[in-house]
Each structure stands twice: as structure tokens, then as C-alpha cells.
Design a binder for this molecule. Structure first.
Ligand code: ZN
Length: 674
């Protein structure tokens, strides 16, 4: 599971746990469409030993070696289109101020950001604003040798195939189609399923494989593409000699190098297991790797590399390829270790029915990390918190690792200063001040609590299918983790533990949460559309439910002032009680597998948007020019060589532009493409 940054509110860094912020660091890299590209700093890189830095370098190569996989998973024409666009971009010699070229530049930047032709978040297809004529003219300026042709394909055939894929809004319109009223597989443009495969066939196929009495089930479908061959459903497994073999070979090579400089035996062991998994594609080995990985907490350097999160699959089976390379942020890790070592207290004191609580919360390891390389589905758009592994039985029996990406959160925060958000949306000066003083730390704490306690808390009643909540499972799970975090933010326990120093601090996060859930996250939704993404549904669900349930007592109100809507919280204490009530109910729904109750909550609160309020929010954002989405380019890690040509250290620099980085990655890490 992963956790995204939700707001663009500026807050002061006065209480930041990290003292290593360079005030002169330039976070801003590029701005286009609804996107801002930032860069992040890697503090504490200098405190690592050369060997640790070399390990990070090898893992970073393994991370970037998988880049083409996510492009191909996201859509079967993506690698071809990327190559074509990049060749046009790199050789263009016409008027760079023309309307067509400007639109082309915007489009290629969008495609880079989406790892394909669909938006990374809404999963809607990008619609180019340059003319088809301009496109054809540019394609025809390229010699045959510069065209990404499939074997036997002619220039004319390439144009005939790709033109509608790029320009026709009705062709492959959505990457992840989740509207349960139609076939979610047949209507999704991603490449996780082959031609002609239907939802019913996939569900029947996996149901036949699943054994309800298996207490340690593999993650069915996690590493495969499902196709229909001679009328029969079968899996094309991702492994060294299977689908994506050439990319996996490179990943394995670099993982093996990383193993040679690993910090300890436990790391070597889990890297070996991961390599074995990549070689064979055997999901049992992936589970064994996941257990070894979750239990290794001694090293500084750590990474995720594999088919992990299944948000890109409408059925939530196949993992999108991603990688995070990171190392411990020493100062802030103390904070999460304190939380994690008190996990049982939080579990015992939650407002949840005792039947749904864990008697023994197992091994919730929590740390704060600095990202050193983001790749695959985690790049350029990235999470700020991760909790893995995802398999329920592993989490229950062996615990999970929960991390907060501090330098990423910090970069978001630093890049937001002075953007005018608070002045426009926050109701009054005292609330604004509270947010400036305490939002950074309470936001970080919210992420810590969400990841290391929220997701790890609670248990299913015996015999309940973990997938019982079906298409609402992700949103309800995120809501459960958010509610757990929100419930505890005001708790005296956090003051006792020395994590917060002001009993009023939580109000900053409460205000932000309501403001975001009721209003400002609508900036990410196009007029007339519903809310679809799981984290956004979760946030509106919670905020709208509290507004509704507290209506009589006026716990929270939406008020109008000079024609503008503001969130007004009248009773923070009562709001906390409501959060506790909803947490208890959603835990019950999950523990009992009560699909109908879950669906009713989602349908009533999480999906629909008030069109008038939506319009107002968009108009107010338009005056601020705050991008709804942000992501990152990576630093450049380069080997430093000794006299005998051996790598003795790694240097880090930050200066690349967004196009420079994208073109370099396409060139240096071309594994599957053209
Ligand atoms: Zn989460």
C-alpha cells in the first residue's frame, strides 16, 4: 500500500525533524498541463560509507533498468509512441515557438510523466493539442531507421496504427476502467490483459485456482499478463525467460552487484531470494523474499524492486513494476520507532470492537527514509509513505515494513511556500497560523500513524475473504488507515511519548483534512466527473461523513463569505469522537466482509461531487496557478573510479532538466523497446 501527498498547503519547517534542509536548494524543475516537476535533495548522503553509497548506486541501476516494464504494462503502444515522440523531439528543426510545437512539447512531457499515453492519476488518455498534419509531417521527416517499427511493419502501417491511438479520444480512452456497470477488463486500456479477455473469464480463472482453505495463498496474478489463446485463458508470466525477460535480466545483473556490497547477511539473503524469484517467476519465492525483506531492519540501505502495487489493475491482481531505493533518515526514525514500539497500546485503546482487534500486533517496523532513486510506477509521481508487503497473511504472521519518505515530503512542503493557498482557502488567521506552525509535523505524523499502525491494525473474523469488499476494498482500506491516524493525533499519548509538544497541534491536520476532503481535492477532478481514485474516495468519504453526521450539532460547517465557501470546524473534540465512530464501523465492515455496507458508504459519500462547489473550487484554484499534481526527477548518481578502474565511491548531482533526464533514461535503460 502506498500513501500520497494530499495537499498543497504551505507550512513552516520550524518543527521539521530534519535539520539538513538547504535553503538554497532549487526544488522547481518544470511546469506543464496540470503537472509540476520538482527535484528532491538527498540529505545525509554524505554520512553514508562509500560502500553504502555504492550499494545505493547498484540498486539505482536495478531500479532504472525496469523502466520499460511499466511503460509496457501501462499500454501496449507506449514504448513505440515514446520512441517516436523522442525522435521527433530530438531532431526537430522547425519553429519552436509555433503553436503546434508548443503543444507537442506539452504532450511529450505529459507522456513522460504518465509512463505512457494516459494520465498517471485519472488514467484518462491525453488528448494532443497539435494537429494530425503536424504529427504526420514530423514522422515523415524521420528516416526509416529512426522509426520504431515492429518487425515487418512499414512506415504507412505504423502511422495507420498509431494515429488513432494518439489522436482519437474514443480509442483506448481509459487505462484503468473501474465503473462496475461494465466489463472492467475489456474497457481498460492497460496491457495487463490481452485482446478479447473479459472480466468474467479472468474472475473464473482465478477463482478456480484459489483454495479457500489455503492459509498462505500466493498473490495470484501478481506477475503475469492474462491472455486468451485458442479460446483458453492463460498467464504469460513475467520472468527471466518469459515476458519482460530482457529487462529482468538487467535488473538481476544489478541486484547481484548490489548483493556483493550489501551491509549484512540478511540483506544478501533477501536479495538472493528476489533474484531467484525474477529468474523463475515463482510467486512462492516472492512470498519468501517478502518475509525475509520485512524482517530485515538492521541495515541503513533498503529498497523495493518488483511487481508490487495493484492499483493499475481494475481487479487488483497484477502488480505494477516499481522501485524505491532509500536509506534511513536517522533523526526522524527515532520518531517512528517510538510509535511502532507502542503499537500494542494503540491497538488496545482504539475505539474498535474488541473482536476485530489484534491480540498481538506483530512486528510493525517503522522508519523514516530518504529516497535516493524512484523508478517505474513510483516515478515521476511518487508516494510519500509505503507499507509492504501487501499479502495479508504475511502481514499477520511476519509483520510489515512501514516507511515515510521524509525528503520527498520536505520537497513538497518547501516547494509550496508562498503559493497563496492558505490565504485563499483557510477560514481565518488563527487557523492559518496553526497550520503554518504544525501542519508539517502533523502531516508527517499522520503518514507515520497511517502506515505503521493503521494498515497493520485490526483483524478479519475467521473465514472472511480478504477480497470480500471487492471494488471498494482499496478505498475502505485507505479510510481505515486514515481514520486510525486521525483518531490518535489528538491523543495525550503522543505528548507523553514526546512526539508532539502542543495538545492543540492536531487541529492543523483536522482542518486540512476536512478542507481537502470536502473542497480542495476537487481541483484534481475534471468538471462533470466523479471521484474514482481510491485515496481520494477515502478522503471525501471521511470528510463528507463527518459533515453529515455532525450536522445537527454543527460540528463542522460549510459557510459562505463574500460568495466563497469555507470549512468551519466548531467542535474539534466532537469531530474526534465522530472519527472514532466511523473507524469502528469501517473496521467492522472489513472484519466481517460486509460488502453491502461498504458499498453503501462509498456510494453515499465518496463518489459524487457537488457541481456548484466543484466549479467554485476550480475557479479559485485557477487564480493561484497551483498544479494539481506534482512529481520528481531523480538526482544523478555517478561512479567515482580508483586507479585500477574500480568503483571507489559515488557522486551525486542534481542539475538535470526534466527532458534531459527522460531522454537519458530512455537511452541508457532501453531494455524492451525500439
Ligand atoms: Zn495507505
Amino acid at each position: 500500500m502506498k500513501y500520497f501527498f494530499s495537499v498543497m498547503i504551505a507550512s513552516s519547517l520550524a518543527l521539521s525533524a530534519s535539520a539538513a534542509v538547504d535553503k538554497n536548494f532549487d526544488y522547481h524543475v518544470d511546469r506543464f498541463a496540470d503537472i509540476e516537476v520538482l527535484r528532491y535533495e538527498v540529505p545525509e548522503f554524505d554520512r553514508l560509507s562509500p560502500q553504502q553509497r555504492i550499494m545505493i548506486y547498484y540498486l539505482s541501476q536495478a531500479a532504472q533498468a525496469g523502466r520499460d516494464i511499466i511503460w509496457d504494462q501501462n499500454g501496449k503502444y507506449n514504448l513505440q509512441i515514446r520512441k517516436l515522440l523522442e525522435n521527433i523531439y530530438s531532431t526537430f528543426s522547425g519553429d519552436k515557438n509555433s503553436k503546434d510545437y508548443k503543444a507537442f512539447e506539452k504532450y511529450i512531457k505529459q507522456v513522460w510523466f504518465g509512463n505512457g499515453i494516459h494520465h498517471h492519476y485519472s488514467t484518462d488518455k491525453f488528448i494532443p493539442e497539435f494537429s494530425t498534419e503536424f504529427f504526420l509531417q514530423q514522422v515523415n521527416l524521420l528516416p526509416d531507421s529512426e522509426l520504431p517499427l515492429n518487425s515487418g511493419q512499414t512506415r504507412e502501417e505504423l502511422i495507420e496504427v498509431l494515429t488513432p491511438v494518439i489522436f482519437d479520444p474514443t480509442v483506448l480512452p481509459k487505462r484503468v476502467f473501474q465503473d462496475g456497470s461494465a466489463d472492467v477488463i475489456a474497457n481498460s486500456a492497460s496491457n495487463l490483459y490481452g485482446e478479447g479477455v473479459t472480466q468474467k473469464e479472468v474472475e473464473e480463472y482465478y477463482n478456480a485456482l484459489k483454495n479457500p482453505n489455503d492459509s498462505t495463498p500466493i498473490s495470484y496474478g501478481l506477475n503475469s499478463r492474462v491472455i486468451k489463446e485458442n479460446g483458453k485463458i492463460k498467464e504469460q508470466v513475467y520472468h527471466l525467460n518469459g515476458l519482460y525477460g530482457p529487462a529482468i535480466a538487467k535488473i538481476v545483473y544489478w541486484l547481484d552487484m548490489a548483493k556483493s556490497v550489501a551491509e549484512n547477511e540478511a540483506q544478501k539473503e533477501y536479495i538472493t531470494k528476489l533474484i531467484d524469484f525474477y529468474i523463475t517467476g515463482d510467486l512462492r519465492l516472492f512470498d519468501e523474499y517478502s518475509i525475509l525483506w520485512a524482517e530485515e531492519t538492521d541495515g541503513d540501505v533498503d529498497f523495493v524492486n518488483g511487481f508490487i502495487e495493484s492499483y493499475g489493475d481494475p481487479l487488483g491482481m497484477t502488480g505494477s513494476w516499481e522501485s524505491y531505493v532509500n536509506f534511513k533518515n536517522q533523526a526522524s526514525t527515532k520518531r517512528t520507532e517510538t510509535i511502532a514500539s507502542n503499537a500494542q497500546w494503540f491497538e488496545d485503546n482504539s475505539p474498535v470492537d474488541s473482536r476485530f482487534k489484534k491480540d498481538k500486533v506483530k512486528g510493525v517496523s517503522a522508519k523514516v527514509i530518504n529516497a535516493a532513486m524512484l523508478a517505474g510506477d513510483a516515478f515521476p509521481s511518487t508516494a510519500i509513505g509505503i507499507n509492504l508487503p501487501n499479502a495479508n497473511w504475511i502481514r499477520a504472521a511476519h509483520g510489515s515494513k512501514s516507511v515515510t519518505l521524509e525528503n520527498i515530503t520536505e520537497a513538497y512542503d518547501m516547494a509550496s511556500h508562498g503559493n497563496g493557498f492558505n490565504e485563499e482557502f483557510v477560514i481565518d488567521e488563527p487557523t492559518s497560523k496553526l497550520m503554518e506552525d504544525y501542519l508539517y509535523i502533523t502531516d508527517m505524523l499522520h503518514t507515520d500513524l497511517h502506515e505503521c499502525l493503521g494498515h497493520a491494525s485490526g483483524q478479519l473474523l475467521p473465514g472472511v475473504d480478504p477480497d470480500a469488499l471487492k471494488e471498494n476494498g482499496s478505498a475502505l482500506e485507505e479510510a481505515r488507515a486514515d481514520l486510525f491516524a486521525l483518531y490518535y493525533l489528538p491523543d495525550q499519548k503522543l505528548i507523553e511519548l514526546g512526539i508532539l509538544d502542543n495538545p492543540e497541534a492536531y487541529k492543523a491536520e483536522y482542518y486540512k483534512y476536512m478542507l481537502n476532503g470536502l473542497m480542495t481535492q476537487l481541483n484534481r477532478i475534471e468538471p462533470g466527473k466523479d471521484i474514482e481514485e481510491a485515496h481520494m474516495r477515502n478522503r471525501q468519504l471521511i470528510a463528507a461523513w463527518i459533515l453529515d453526521k455532525g450536522k445537527k450539532e454543527k460540528v463542522v460547517e460549510l459557510i459562505k463569505r463574500n460568495g466563497k465557501t469555507y470549512v468551519k470546524i466548531n467542535d474539534y473534540k466532537r469531530m474526534r469522537a465522530l472519527i472514532g465512530e466511523l473507524l469502528a464501523e469501517i473496521q467492522r465492515i472489513k472484519s466481517e466482509g460486509d460488502y453491502n455496507a461498504g458499498a453503501a458508504l462509498i456510494n453515499k459519500y465518496a463518489v459524487k461531487v457537488d457541481p456548484e462547489l466543484h466549479k467554485e473550487v476550480l475557479a479559485r484554484f485557477a487564480t493561484l496557478d497551483i498544479p494539481p499534481y506534482r512529481g520528481f526527477i531523480n538526482p544523478v548518481l555517478s561512479p567515482v573510479y580508483g586507479d585500477n578502474g574500480e568503483i571507489i565511491d559515488i557522486s551525486i548531482v542534481y542539475g538535470e532538466t526534466y527532458p534531459e533526464q527522460m531522454l537519458r533514461l530512455s537511452h541508457d535503460f532501453k531494455t524492451l523497446g525500439y
